[in-house]
Design a protein around this ligand. Structure first.
Ligand code: IDP
Ligand code: MG
Length: 155
């Protein structure tokens, strides 16, 4: 078995997911894929958290609209662990514009555009570390073993 590059990544189920009652369906996809949930919370973002999460987009033409959207209702934030988690989660999400996303991806199956594209996933290991810190204290990340680890990634 090849050695696995186990990473942690931040996933946020955005306000449209919560309002459309799709939380369970989307979490289910990540669980079935084999990811391990190491932290999870249901939260209304503060302005400060939203600004930190989307700092790289400040000044872009869609920034104000994006802020209004992510602050419009509660979200689910979670940390997922697994081999190449950043890249694999991004693949499962699909491209930013849900209208262009392929069937089989979260955005392709449930979305029609942007900014309402259901899910956020970190785009690099560095972003993941910064974004996880926006939502979770280090003590809220739970390290544990699943009996199925060996069956999902040769643990
Ligand atoms: P990503 O979520 O696929 O990583 P980013 O480019 O990081 O996409 O943009 C962050 C979020 O901002 C997107 O998920 C989407 O909600 C929103 N967004 C990005 N580009 C546009 C746009 O051109 N129009 C409207 N909203 C956008
Ligand atoms: Mg992004």
């Amino acid at each position: 078995m090849t050695p696995s590059n186990v990473q942690q990544t931040l996933v946020v189920l955005k306000p449209d997911t919560v309002q459309r009652r799709l939380i369970g369906r989307i979490v289910d996809r990540f669980e079935r894929k084999g990811f391990k949930i190491t932290a999870l919370k249901f939260v209304q973002l503060s302005q400060d958290q939203a600004e930190r999460m989307y700092a790289v987009h400040e000044g872009k033409e869609f920034y104000e609209r994006l802020m209004r959207f992510v602050l419009s209702g509660p979200v689910v934030a979670m940390v997922l662990a697994g081999p190449d988690a950043v890249e694999v989660v991004r693949g499962m999400m699909g491209p930013t514009d849900s209208g262009q996303a392929q069937p089989g991806t979260v955005r392709g199956d449930f979305g029609m555009g942007q900014p309402m594209n259901l899910v956020h996933g970190s785009d690099s290991a560095d972003s993941a570390a910064n974004e996880i810190a926006v939502f979770f204290e280090p003590g809220e990340i739970v390290e544990y073993t699943l009996d199925t680890d060996a069956w999902t990634h040769g643990g």
